[in-house]
Design a protein around this ligand. Structure first.
Ligand code: PHE
Length: 340
C-alpha cells in the first residue's frame, strides 16, 4: 500500500508538470482526490489493512493528500497567472498604432474660390445679397435697358419659363431689385447660379455661377471701378496682378468695359494660357447707365455708380490652373479632394 501511495503521488506530480491549462488541472485533481479518485479509493480499502498499521497508513494518505493539494494549488496559481498574461497580451491596445484613414469632406474648388471672392469684397465693405434664379423678364431684361426684341436678348440664349418669366441669364437682375428697393449709398455683391442655353464644352455650361457687384453713391467714377477691381485682382491672385479695361458694350452700363487680368500663369510674359497676350479676359463692367438708374428710381443727376459681373467657375479655373470646366462638374473625388 505504501508503494501504491508513492506511485499515486509521483503520477500526480508528473501530470502537474505536463498540464498546460487550468481546465486540465481540475481533471487531475478529481481523478486523484475526488470522490472516486485514487487516494479516496485507498482510504476506502483501509478495512483490509491490519489494525496496527492503519494509523501509519492513514497518516501517509493524509500527507500525500496535503502534498498533492498544495502542489495542485501552486500549479493552479502558476497557470492562472500565465493565462491572465496571455489574455492581457491579446487584449492589449497599441496606442502608438496609426489610426485608420478617416476621410473628412473638403470644399469644392469653386466654393473655395467663391468664398475668397466674397471675403475680398466683404473686406472692402460690400454686403452679400441674393436674388431668385427664376426671375421676371422685368428684372432680368427690362430694368437693365434690354427691351423686348433688343438684340442683346439673343446673345444670352435665354431659357423662358413663360412670356414674363425666365431662368435668370446673369446676376444683374439682383442689381435692379436692390436699386428699386433701396436708397444709395449701395455697395453689394450678388453671387449665384445663372442659366444660358449653351452647349457644354471646356468653357461653357448651361448652368454656371456669377458674382455681380454694384456700387452707387455720389461721385462714383470709373477710377473707383478700376481701383476696386485692381485691388480684387491683387488679393485674389497675388501681387503683380492687375486689370486692363477694353471698351465694350452692355445695355445697362455706359461706358462699358471688358476687363482682363494679368495672366497669373506667366505674370504677363505671354504663354499658352493667355495665347501669348499676357492678359486673360475675366469680367464685364461699366458705369451704371443713367437710364437704368432712372428706371430704378435713383436720380442720375445726384448719383452715379459702377457694376461688374464675373464668372465664379472662371475664377476657380484660373486660381487653380484647371484646364477644363468639366472637372468642376464631374464630381470625381480624386480631383475634388486636392483642393482645401
Ligand atoms: N451681366 C453681364 C453678363 O452677364 C456682366 C456685367 C455685369 C457687365 C455688370 C457689366 C456690369 O455678361
Amino acid at each position: 500500500m505504501e508503494q501504491r501511495l508513492k506511485e499515486i503521488r509521483q503520477h500526480v506530480l508528473d501530470q502537474l508538470k505536463e498540464v498546460r491549462e487550468t481546465a486540465g488541472l481540475e481533471q487531475i485533481r478529481v481523478s486523484a482526490l475526488g470522490k472516486k479518485g485514487d487516494l479516496t479509493g485507498i482510504l476506502r480499502s483501509m478495512g483490509s489493512v491490519p489494525a496496527d498499521q492503519r494509523p501509519k497508513i492513514g497518516q501517509m494518505v493524509n500527507d500525500v493528500r496535503q502534498t498533492l493539494e498544495s502542489a495542485i494549488e501552486a500549479r493552479q496559481k502558476e497557470l492562472r497567472r500565465a493565462e491572465k498574461e496571455l489574455r492581457l497580451k491579446s487584449e492589449a491596445i497599441d496606442v502608438t498604432m496609426p489610426r485608420p484613414e478617416r476621410s473628412a469632406g473638403s470644399l469644392h474648388p469653386m466654393n473655395i474660390a467663391l468664398e475668397k471672392m466674397i471675403e475680398v469684397f466683404v473686406g472692402m465693405g460690400y454686403e452679400v445679397v441674393e436674388g431668385p434664379e427664376v426671375e421676371f423678364d422685368h428684372y432680368n431684361f427690362e430694368l437693365l435697358n434690354i427691351p423686348k426684341n433688343h438684340p442683346a436678348r439673343d446673345a444670352q440664349d435665354t431659357f423662358y419659363v413663360d412670356d414674363n418669366i425666365v431662368l435668370r441669364t446673369h446676376t444683374s437682375p439682383v442689381q435692379a431689385r436692390i436699386m428699386t428697393t433701396r436708397k444709395p449709398p449701395i455697395r453689394i455683391i450678388c453671387p449665384g447660379r445663372v442659366y444660358r442655353a449653351d452647349e457644354a464644352d471646356a468653357t461653357h455650361s448651361p448652368v454656371f455661377h456669377q458674382m455681380e457687384g454694384l456700387v452707387i453713391d455720389e461721385n462714383i467714377t470709373m477710377g473707383d471701378l478700376k481701383g476696386t477691381l485692381d485691388e480684387f485682382a491683387r488679393q485674389m491672385f497675388g501681387q503683380g496682378i492687375s486689370t486692363r479695361f477694353r471698351p465694350s458694350f452692355f445695355p445697362f452700363t455706359e461706358p462699358s468695359a471688358e476687363v482682363d487680368l494679368t495672366c497669373a500663369n506667366c505674370r504677363g510674359e505671354g504663354c499658352r494660357m493667355c495665347k501669348g497676350t499676357g492678359w486673360i479676359e475675366v469680367l464685364g463692367a461699366g458705369m451704371v447707365n443713367p437710364h437704368v438708374l432712372e428706371m430704378c428710381g435713383i436720380d442720375p443727376k445726384k448719383y452715379s455708380g459702377f457694376a461688374f459681373g464675373m464668372g465664379v467657375e472662371r475664377m476657380a479655373l484660373l486660381k487653380y490652373n484647371i484646364p477644363n470646366l468639366r472637372y468642376l462638374y464631374e464630381n470625381d473625388l480624386r480631383f475634388l479632394t486636392q483642393y482645401r
